[in-house]
Design a protein around this ligand. Structure first.
Ligand code: ADP
Length: 561
C-alpha cells in the first residue's frame, strides 16, 4: 500500500476556497454544473458530467465506480471510452487502495503513472459525495502525466463533483420514489383486486355515514350500485330498516370496538328477504383516531338452512324414539290383555268384555298414530294436491263435532258456535277441513279442564296480504284450557313437536296434529296461528279462501250441484 502514502504525501490536493471573481469567469462551467441536476437519469447525468469535465482538463477515458449499498466495495456503473487495457488498469487502481482512500477522505486525488507499467497513464480520482454520504468515485484517465493539473482545475472539479453528487442523489431519490410509488400502486391494485374478488360484501363509511368504499359483492348483496353508493349517505342509499341497523352497528362499533349481528335484509330490487350477517370494525388513521367503520356482510341463508336441517334431523331422531314409544305403549297393552284373555278369559265374561274394550281402544290409538304418520308423509310431498271444491263450513263444523261429542260430554265441556251465515262457502277439501277442525277442537277438549267452554267462530276476513286475490273466511277455535307458553307458540306447528312438561303426564298424541293442520291449511292457500296465555286458554285461528260468489248463493242450489 505504498501507493496510498504516495498520494497523501505527494499528490493529494487540498480543497481551497476559490475566489468568487474566478468562478465568475467560469460562468458557463458553473451553469453547466448546476444543470446536471435537471436530469433524473443517472446515465444522462454521467454523460453531462463528462462533457463539463472535458472543459476543465483533457482525458482519454472515464469510469464511474458506484458504491455498493451493502458493503464498502464499488462496482463499475458507467464508463466512457474504457478500453480493455484501461479496464485492467482500473482494477489495479481499485486494488491499490486509491479508490478507498478518495472515498474516505472525500478529496480529489491525482495519481501519476507508475514506472513498473501497472499504471501507464496518470489518473484523477474524484469523490461523489453529498454531505457525509459517498455515492461513488469517478476515475479520469488523463492525457498527460498529471503534473500539469493545477489547484484551480481541481477546485473546479471539486465543485463539479459536489453538483454531480447532488444530481445523482436526487436521481436516486427520484427513482426510489418512483419505485415506491409503483410498489404502492401495485399494492393498491392488489388490495382492490382482493376486495373485488371477495365473496363477502365489503363497505366502509366515514363518521358522517358517507360510503367511502363499496365492493361489487356489496353491490350484488345489498342492491345499490357502487356509483350510487360511493360518496352518498347511508340514509339516502339504504332502506330505513337497514339504516337503523347500521346506526346501531356504528354506535356499538365505536363504543365496544366491534359489532357482529344478523338481520333479515330485504333486497330493494328482487324483494327477496334473506338473513344478512354484518361484522363491523372501526377504521383509524395513523394516529389511531377513529375516522369511520368498515363492514363485511354476507348472506347466511345457507348456514341458517344447515342449522335448521340439523335441528330437523335432531327432531326426527327424537320423533322416532317418541313414536316407537307411542307404538309400544298400545302394542304392549294389546299383547298383555290378549295373553290374559287367552289364559283366563273364558272364566269371567265381564272381565272379558272389559279387556276386549281396552284392546279395541288401543288398536284405535295405533291406527290413529299410523294414519297421522301417513298423512304427514303424504302432505309433505309438494306434488300432492287437495281436491278443491266449494265446501260449506257449517257442515264441516257439524261433522267434526259429531265424532267429538262423546269426549266433550265426558268432560262436561260446552261447545258454542257463532258461524257467519253469510259466508259459509269456502274453496277447500271437505274431508281435510273436517280433519283440521277435529284436530283443533279435539286439542281444545284435551287441554281444557272439566266443565270448560269452547267457542267456534267464523267470520269474513278481507285479504290483507299483497298476494291475496280474494277474501278469506277466518275460523277461530277458542278454549279456556291450560294455554301455551309464548316460546312454544311458534314451534307447535312444526313437525314432531309436542310440549311436554316433565311434571305432567305426557298428553296423548304424536305431536303431529298441528303440523298436519298447518300443511292442509297452507295447501288450501290459508294461514294458521295461535294466540294463547298460559292458564287462561288458547285461540287457534286459520283462514281459507271463500268460494267466489258462493256466499250469496242459495244453499239448496249448491246442494244439488
Ligand atoms: P298432539 O297430537 O300431541 O296433541 P298437536 O300437534 O295437535 O299434537 O299439538 C302439539 C302440542 O301443542 C300438544 O302436545 C300440546 O302441548 C299443545 N297444544 C295444542 N293445542 C292446545 C290447546 N288447545 N291448549 C293447550 N295446548 C295445546
Amino acid at each position: 500500500m505504498g501507493a496510498v502514502i504516495n498520494i497523501q504525501s505527494a499528490f493529494a490536493i487540498r480543497r481551497e476556497t476559490v475566489a468568487p471573481e474566478i468562478f465568475y469567469r467560469y460562468k458557463d462551467f458553473l451553469l453547466q454544473c448546476l444543470q446536471l441536476n435537471e436530469s433524473r437519469e443517472p446515465e444522462e447525468i454521467f454523460r453531462r458530467l463528462i462533457k463539463v469535465a472535458g472543459s476543465v482538463f483533457p482525458f482519454e477515458a472515464v469510469a464511474l465506480l458506484w458504491r455498493q449499498s451493502f458493503d464498502e466495495g464499488f462496482y463499475l456503473k458507467f464508463e466512457h471510452e474504457l478500453s480493455a487495457g484501461l479496464d485492467k488498469q482500473l482494477r489495479w487502481v481499485e486494488r491499490s487502495g486509491y479508490v478507498n482512500w478518495v472515498a474516505r477522505s472525500k478529496q480529489i486525488a491525482v495519481v501519476p503513472p507508475e514506472t513498473d507499467d501497472k499504471l501507464k497513464q496518470a489518473i484523477a480520482l474524484m469523490p461523489l459525495n453529498s454531505g457525509k454520504t459517498l455515492y461513488g468515485v469517478i476515475v479520469f484517465f488523463l492525457r498527460g502525466n498529471g503534473a500539469e493539473i493545477t489547484t484551480f482545475q481541481t477546485d473546479l472539479m471539486t465543485f463539479l463533483a459536489g453538483q454531480a453528487a447532488i444530481a445523482f442523489e436526487n436521481a436516486t431519490l427520484y427513482q426510489n420514489m418512483a419505485l415506491q410509488n409503483q410498489a404502492i400502486r401495485s399494492m393498491k391494485s392488489f388490495l382492490e383486486n382482493s376486495l373485488e374478488s371477495m365473496a363477502d360484501g365489503l363497505f366502509a363509511m366515514d363518521l358522517e355515514n358517507r360510503i367511502t368504499l363499496f365492493n361489487s359483492a356489496a353491490e350484488k348483496l345489498l342492491g345499490p350500485s357502487r356509483a350510487v353508493a360511493i360518496g352518498g349517505h347511508a340514509q339516502d342509499i339504504f332502506a330505513k330498516d337497514f339504516v337503523r341497523f347500521l346506526d346501531h352497528a356504528v354506535e356499538m362499533t365505536l363504543t365496544v370496538g366491534h359489532f357482529e349481528e344478523e338481520m333479515d335484509y330485504q333486497h330493494p330490487f328482487d324483494h327477496r328477504t334473506f338473513p344478512l350477517s354484518l361484522r363491523m370494525t372501526p377504521l383509524r388513521d395513523e394516529s389511531g383516531k377513529e375516522i369511520g367503520v368498515i363492514a363485511v356482510c354476507r348472506d347466511v341463508s345457507e348456514r341458517r338452512e344447515l342449522v335448521h336441517l340439523r335441528q330437523l334431523e335432531q327432531m326426527k331422531e327424537e320423533f322416532i324414539s317418541s313414536v316407537s314409544h307411542e307404538l309400544r305403549t298400545p302394542l304392549t297393552a294389546i299383547k298383555s290383555f290378549t295373553e290374559i284373555l287367552l289364559q283366563y278369559g273364558r272364566e269371567d265374561e265381564a272381565s272379558q268384555k272389559e279387556f276386549l274394550t281396552i284392546i279395541a281402544r288401543e288398536t284405535d290409538r295405533l291406527i290413529d298414530l299410523i294414519n297421522d304418520l301417513l298423512d304427514v308423509s303424504k302432505l309433505s310431498n309438494p306434488e300432492f294436491r287437495l281436491d278443491l271444491e266449494p265446501v260449506d263450513m257449517t257442515q264441516v263444523v257439524k261433522e267434526s263435532l259429531r265424532g267429538l261429542a262423546v269426549l266433550a260430554a265426558e268432560k262436561k265441556i260446552q261447545i258454542d258456535q257463532h258461524l257467519d251465515p253469510e259466508n259459509r262457502f269456502v274453496l277447500g277439501d271437505k274431508k281435510r277441513l273436517v280433519q283440521v277442525m277435529v284436530n283443533l277442537v279435539g286439542n281444545a277438549i284435551k287441554f281444557s279442564p272439566e266443565s270448560g267452554k269452547i267457542e267456534i267462530r267464523t267470520e269474513k276476513l278481507s285479504g290483507k296480504r299483497r298476494r291475496d286475490a280474494g277474501d278469506f273466511l277466518l275460523v277461530a277455535v277458542k278454549d279456556n284450557g291450560i294455554g301455551i307458553p309464548r316460546e312454544a307458540q311458534r314451534t307447535i306447528f312444526e313437525k314432531f313437536t309436542q310440549i311436554t312438561s316433565r311434571t305432567e303426564a305426557k298428553p296423548h298424541g304424536s305431536g303431529l296434529g298441528l303440523h298436519i293442520c298447518k300443511q292442509i291449511v297452507e295447501k288450501l292457500g290459508g294461514n294458521i296461528w295461535v294466540e294463547s296465555e298460559v292458564g287462561k286458554g288458547s285461540t287457534f285461528y286459520f283462514t281459507v279462501p271463500l268460494a267466489e260468489g258462493r256466499g250469496e248463493r242459495d244453499d239448496e242450489k249448491l246442494g244439488t250441484q
